[in-house]
Structures are given as structure tokens and as C-alpha cells.
Design a protein around this ligand. Structure first.
Ligand SMILES: Nc1ncnc2c1ncn2[C@@H]1O[C@H](COP(=O)(O)OP(=O)(O)OP(=O)(O)O)[C@@H](O)[C@H]1O
Length: 727
């Protein structure tokens, strides 16, 4: 019989956990022992009856186990074999009874059993056997029902091993352990187990698996592997971008007396008054003290690991950003003893570099500071001469403040002997968004490498600068010069990915583009959006003029000749278009006009700008070369003869008027086909309402005849120019 048991077990060995099998076997073992005790007390006849019952029971039990162990796939067969070999000593098995109570019963009944007669014994045994049989049948039917049930019953099967795996192997050896093991299949799980059970059960219910009535409530239900809705990941801006320092847009309403701005020295205040600057514009009132504060503890040495915050400024065109860096740099550097390049200002164009250099010269006058322009306006060798000089003891710098374009700067870094940026304290990047776009030229990493370059003879020197790394005591134990980056633009990107290219250190953002969060949603709490959203001068009024290709030049002539607009800056999208329009207006006559584009030599461009500024020209026709940063006083009106393709271009073009808190007009000529796209672009960028300016055909008729004549002349002139070019 026992051999049969073993064979059946081995043959049908299937999935269940080791623990569960052990516990079950332990239970069977106990029951067999009890049975043995009982059998010893019984007569031979009774034994035979009992044996026949037991045989039936064993078959049942084996069947039950076959069912229950269908899921025992992970059990190792070796171990299993061993366990069942041990079991071979069990002659009879009665799996339906709980072991322990039976033993107790037996102990109590033993003395009495001797007295009861054979019939009574037989009766009681057959009753017992019947009861056992019924109980087994019940269990078998339950298990079968469970097996046939859906995924829920699979979960319940899975649950059992989890529950049982909590047993300590040692416990199973003792009787107590065996009871614990047997009880464990029915008793509610311990604290953390119950959590698992509850979660899985509720999940199961949630998942729509209606609880099968046939499932034993004592079994664990695990599972709930249903796909859950994936939460959308919202972009979160870094704190410095999400919560910037707000700069007021309206200049006139927010002027701050120069005496109310902290950290300014009397010398500087005097100089400002001498230049008729009595109040600071909002951006200056915010940024100047911030830069000066970062230099309070000496501009040369970063003590105890001190490294100043980098500063980013995004303020409208004409809001005074230039003075916001010129004033603090000049004040701080005027305390220097030895002339070294301590401030480097990088700008995208020659004209801009010249303009900024001029402002530095005004404020550095009388301080002993040397301001040098390096933008390709002189030959390379002449620039080298203005940068360094060779003395008996080595090279000496001739510049404290260097204003340059990136191309020329990189050339000098590599080719000018004795030129060093090792003492650089301020790196100013004006028109920073444009400069980020030109980062593909790799100029910034080259500047940074030059600033942190350590030459052999520098080793062990007091202020040798190391490339900033992890802030440790060792890294900051040494005194060194801090390098601070200052970024300025009217259209500075708020895109952290782009700004990351600049390797900013704990930056502070000063901006006039800031939307207060409307709600508590995470999107709104992120502060300004990273989408292209710009602020424009408060004094600027925007118009658009619906037109067609033929009426465009006539409308311009109407503005100049009839409406008598003066100091008009007119933008086209290409230098060819610029030149053609310039020739047309010139041939038409009656307007003082000049052009500004890369067709002209730097000298011709300079002359054109100067004459326009002096009011000698009524109209300056330009490409986007003058769109950025150029500060021409008195520009009353900007006309976009060709509609700009990008919002940044629009912002910079129209920003040539309404500067420094003054009023200005911006007109854009739009073909019917361009209108919708243009309006969408303006709306998305948060540009204030555009006014429609209609020009009646009647007003243009007076120019039509002359215009026809000029067109034929224009063809001829252009042909001549092309012929000259070929020669
Ligand atoms: N505090 C001030 N008081 C009077 N005028 C000022 C003051 N600050 C700047 N300005 C004048 O305002 C004009 C615009 O200044 P600036 O060129 O610095 O503007 P910006 O912000 O750099 O413009 P853009 O973005 O176009 O380069 C200049 O003519 C400048 O002289």
C-alpha cells in the first residue's frame, strides 16, 4: 500500500512549494501515527475492517494530493523522493483528521478502551471511518471546484505558498511545529501577511473577478496584475527658472533713484550723474546690486569655497541691460592693482561690440581701467598689439576689459602669445540666446578652458585656479579666483536644456516674463513656461498693414512722402531685397535713404548708422544685421517691409524703437497669405493686440505712374551692377 502511495506521489509530482508539501506530509505522518496507536488497541477483525477503510482513504488522499499538488511545479524531485521514502514507514494514513486533537483524544480514551467490548469498538471505528470519509469527500469536491474555477482560483493556489513560506523549517520537526504548519493553511495570516492578502483580494475583486463562492475563504488570493493607467510625467522646471526675480516691464513707472541702489560707490554715482543718469531702470535696480553683492568679499578671491551665482537676465529691448553689467564691472575692477583681463564681454556682431565698448569707455574713464575692442575692425596683428606687450620679465596684459566677437576671441586664445584669461572674473554673454545658438562653434568651451588653464610655472602659485569640481574641503581649501557668468538678452530662452549647455553655477534669473500661477495644478506651479514667450517695451504700439506685392513699395512711399515719417528703420529678409528696395526709393527721389547690410564694408555700415543717428537720413533700409542690440537714439518707427519669419526676429526688430521707456511705432506689411500665420505667431508669443492699419488705394494712386518709370530704371541699374560684379 505504502509503495503504491510512493509510486503515485512520484508519478504525479507536480507544482507546489516545498513547505506546503512538507506540511502536508507532516500532517499525514501524524495522522498515520495516531492511526497506528488506534490499530494496536483493536482486534484482528477490527484491524481488517479499519485497514480496508484506510486503504480507501489512502486512495482518496492520494487523489486529493494529486489535485492539490498540480501546482507544485517548482519542487525539487530529489528532496521530494527523500521525503516520501521516509514516509514508507507509514502503513496507514488518515489524512482527514486533525492530528493533535486526535492524539489528545486517544490519550484520554486509552484506559477506557480496554473495558469496551469488541462490538462497541467495531461500531465506533466504523462510525469514525464514515465520518472521515465524508469529510474527505467534502474536501475533494471543494478542491475540484476550485481547480475548475477561473483565474481567481489560480490566484488562490498561488497564495498558499506565500502564506506557508513563513514557516521556519525547525518548527516542522516538532509536534507543535507540525500543528502550526497544519493550522497555517487555515489560520489567518500574520500582520504583514494580512496586508498582502487584503491587497490581493481587493485587487482581485476590483479587477472584476467576482469572488467565486466555491473558493475557500481561508485561502489567500494573490494577483492583481492588471495594467494600471500610466500617470503622465509633467515637466518640472528647476527652481531658479520656476521662481525668478521679477523685473518690472514698465520703465517710467518703476524708476529707482541711483542713490537708493545699494553697494554703489560715490565715484560711480558721480560718474552716473555726469552722464545724466539720475535713476536706474528696473532691470538695473535689480541686477546691479546682485552683481555687486557677489563681489562684496573681494572680487579676486573666493574664500572658503565661495563661488558667486551666475546671473541670467531676460528683459525687454531698450530696458537698459548694457548699463546693468557695465556699472558693476567697472566699479569692481577699478580696485585692481595689476592689469589683467578680468572681464570678457562677448557679442554676436562687430557693431554691437563697438557700441558696448563705447559705453565701457564712458564709465571706465578716469579709473585707469583699459578697455579693448577685439571684433575684427582692425587687422589681427594690430589687435594683438593692443592686447599684450612683451617686457623683460615676460608678457603683460594691456586690457582689463575685453569686448569681442567669438570668432576673433578664439583666434587670439590660440594665436596670441602671452594672451591669457587666467585672471578672468566676469564672463558677460550679451544677446545670450543668439550666442547659445552659435555654441556649435565651440567658442565657450575654449574660453572656459583658457580661463582654467594651468601652466607648469603656475603650479603652487597662490591663486592658481582649478576647474570647479565636487565641492569638497580639499577642492575649496585653496584660494582661487571665482569666474562668474552674466547672461543678457531680450529673448533669453527659459529652456533648461538649452541653458544647461552654458554650465551655469547656481544661477539666478531676472526676468520680466513671468506668469503668476492661476491654479494649484502642477503645470501652473512650474512658473514661466519654457515655450517662446517674450515681453516687449511698454511704449511700443504694434500695427499690421494688409497689402499685396505691388502695393508694398507704394505704401512705404506714402508713409515717407505723404505722412512724413522720419527716422524710419525698415527691415527686409535678405540683403538682395534690401538693396533692391534701397535703389527703388533712391531712384524715386524725395527721401534721404541708406542701406545697411553685409553687402557694405564695415566703414560704409558705420557711416550709414552714424548718419541715421544724426538724423541725416529719413530712412535706413536694413537686413537683420541691425535687428539686435543696436541702440540708435531717436528711431520713431520700425517697418517690417518683409514680415519676420520668427518671433524672436520680430521682438528684436521692433525693439529698435520705443527704447528707454520712450514711445514707438511698429508696422508690419502682410500679404493676405501671411496674415493667419503671423497672427498665430504673435498670439502664441504673448505680443499685445495688433492694430490693423489700412492704406486706401486712392492714397497710393498718385505714386503709380512714377513707380512704373522707376521700375524700368531699376532693371537697368541692377543689370549694370551685375555686369560690374562679373568684371
Ligand atoms: N538709467 C538710465 N537712464 C537713462 N537712460 C538710460 C538708462 N539706462 C539705459 N539708458 C538708455 O536706454 C537705451 C537702451 O539701453 P540699452 O541699449 O542698454 O538697452 P538693452 O536692454 O541693452 O536693449 P537691447 O535688448 O535692444 O540690446 C540706451 O540709449 C541707454 O543709453
Amino acid at each position: 500500500m505504502s509503495l503504491f502511495v510512493i509510486d503515485r506521489y512520484l508519478g504525479d509530482e507536480v507544482d507546489s512549494t516545498e513547505d506546503r508539501a512538507k506540511a502536508l506530509l507532516e500532517k499525514l505522518h501524524q495522522q498515520a501515527k495516531v492511526r497506528q496507536l488506534q490499530l494496536k488497541c483493536k482486534e484482528q477483525k477490527v484491524k481488517a475492517v479499519s485497514k480496508s477503510h484506510s486503504e480507501e482513504e489512502v486512495v482518496d488522499t492520494v487523489e486529493i494530493q494529486d489535485h492539490s499538488e498540480d501546482s507544485e511545479k517548482r519542487k525539487k524531485s530529489k528532496k521530494r523522493k527523500k521525503t516520501f521514502n521516509d514516509e514508507t514507514s507509514v502503513e496507514e494514513v488518515n489524512p482527514g483528521l486533525d492530528a493533535e486533537p486526535e492524539v489528545d483524544n486517544l490519550k484520554a480514551k486509552k484506559p477506557r478502551k480496554r473495558k469496551i467490548n469488541k462490538d462497541e469498538q467495531e461500531k465506533s471505528i466504523s462510525q469514525e471511518a464514515e465520518a472521515e470519509k465524508k469529510e474527505h469527500k467534502k474536501k475533494v469536491s471543494k478542491r475540484e471546484a476550485k481547480k475548475s474555477s477561473s483565474s481567481e482560483s489560480i490566484h488562490s493556489e498561488d497564495a498558499k505558498p506565500v502564506h506557508k513560506s513563513k514557516h521556519k523549517p525547525g518548527d516542522e520537526k516538532s509536534g507543535k511545529g507540525s500543528r502550526a504548519a497544519s493550522e497555517d493553511t487555515k489560520v489567518a495570516p500574520k500582520k504583514n501577511e494580512s496586508a498582502e492578502v487584503e491587497v490581493s483580494t481587493t485587487q482581485n475583486e476590483k479587477d472584476g473577478g467576482k469572488k467565486d463562492a466555491s473558493v475557500d475563504p481561508n485561502f489567500l488570493l494573490l494577483g492583481g496584475f492588471e495594467a494600471k493607467p500610466v500617470q503622465k510625467v509633467l515637466p518640472v522646471l528647476p527652481q531658479w527658472l520656476a521662481k525668478p526675480n521679477l523685473v518690472q516691464k514698465d520703465i517710467k513707472q518703476n524708476l529707482v533713484s541711483i542713490h537708493d541702489v545699494p553697494y554703489l560707490k560715490p565715484n560711480m554715482l558721480k560718474k552716473m550723474e555726469a552722464n545724466k543718469v539720475k535713476s536706474f531702470f528696473p532691470v538695473q535696480a535689480e541686477v546691479i546690486p546682485a552683481i555687486l553683492h557677489s563681489c562684496l568679499h573681494g572680487f579676486l578671491v573666493g574664500r572658503g569655497g565661495y563661488r558667486p551665482n551666475d546671473i541670467c537676465v531676460s528683459a525687454p529691448t531698450g530696458s537698459g541691460k548694457t548699463l546693468a553689467f557695465v556699472v558693476p564691472i567697472v566699479q569692481v575692477l577699478s580696485a585692481r592693482v595689476v592689469c589683467e583681463v578680468r572681464a570678457l564681454v562677448v557679442l554676436p556682431t562687430k557693431e554691437l561690440a563697438q557700441q558696448v565698448c563705447k559705453v565701457f569707455n564712458v564709465y571706465a574713464d578716469g579709473t585707469g581701467l583699459k578697455v579693448v575692442l577685439m571684433a575684427g575692425h582692425k587687422s589681427f596683428s594690430k589687435e594683438q598689439e593692443t592686447l599684450v606687450t612683451k617686457k623683460s620679465f615676460g608678457f603683460c596684459s594691456l586690457a582689463d576689459i575685453l569686448v569681442c566677437t567669438p570668432g576673433r576671441l578664439v583666434d587670439h586664445i590660440h594665436k596670441t602669445e602671452g594672451f591669457t584669461l587666467k585672471h578672468l572674473r566676469f564672463l558677460v554673454i550679451d544677446e545670450a540666446d543668439r550666442m547659445i545658438d552659435t555654441m556649435s562653434q565651440d567658442w565657450l568651451p575654449q574660453v572656459i578652458n583658457a580661463a582654467y588653464k594651468v601652466e607648469p610655472h603656475d603650479q603652487g602659485m597662490l591663486f592658481t585656479r582649478k576647474m570647479p569640481g565636487v565641492p569638497t574641503a580639499a577642492n575649496y581649501g585653496q584660494l582661487q579666483l571665482p569666474l562668474q557668468r552674466l547672461l543678457f538678452s531680450a529673448t533669453l530662452t527659459h529652456n533648461p536644456e538649452k541653458l544647461q549647455k552654458l554650465g551655469l553655477y547656481q544661477p539666478r534669473l531676472f526676468t520680466s516674463i513671468y506668469k503668476q500661477p492661476k491654479s494649484n495644478t502642477p503645470q501652473d506651479q512650474n512658473g514661466p513656461s519654457t515655450s517662446e514667450n517674450f515681453s516687449l517695451p511698454a511704449g511700443l504700439t504694434h500695427y499690421y498693414i494688409p497689402c499685396n506685392l505691388n502695393s508694398k513699395p507704394l505704401i512705404l512711399l506714402h508713409f515717407l512722402l505723404t505722412l512724413r515719417f522720419s527716422r524710419v528703420l525698415c527691415f527686409t529678409n535678405s540683403r538682395e531685397s534690401s538693396h533692391r528696395l534701397f535703389l527703388l526709393i533712391k531712384l524715386f527721389g524725395g527721401v534721404n535713404v541708406a542701406e545697411f547690410s553685409s553687402r557694405l564694408t564695415p566703414g560704409e555700415r558705420k557711416k550709414a548708422l552714424k548718419e541715421f543717428e544724426q538724423g541725416k537720413l529719413q530712412l535706413l533700409i536694413s537686413t537683420d544685421a541691425t535687428a539686435r542690440g543696436i541702440d540708435i537714439t531717436g528711431v520713431k518707427c520700425v517697418i517690417n517691409y518683409d514680415a519676420p519669419q520668427y518671433i524672436r526676429v520680430y521682438v528684436h526688430r521692433v525693439g529698435r524703437t520705443a527704447r528707454g521707456g520712450t514711445a514707438g511705432l511698429a508696422f508690419t506689411m502682410l500679404l493676405r497669405i501671411q496674415e493667419q500665420r503671423y497672427m498665430n505667431m504673435m498670439r502664441d508669443a504673448g505680443v499685445p493686440k495688433l492694430h490693423k492699419q489700412l492704406v486706401l488705394n486712392d492714397n497710393l494712386r498718385q505714386y503709380e505712374q512714377r513707380y512704373e518709370e522707376v521700375l524700368s530704371q531699376l532693371q537697368r541699374v541692377i543689370k549694370e551692377e551685375q555686369a560690374q560684379k562679373r568684371c
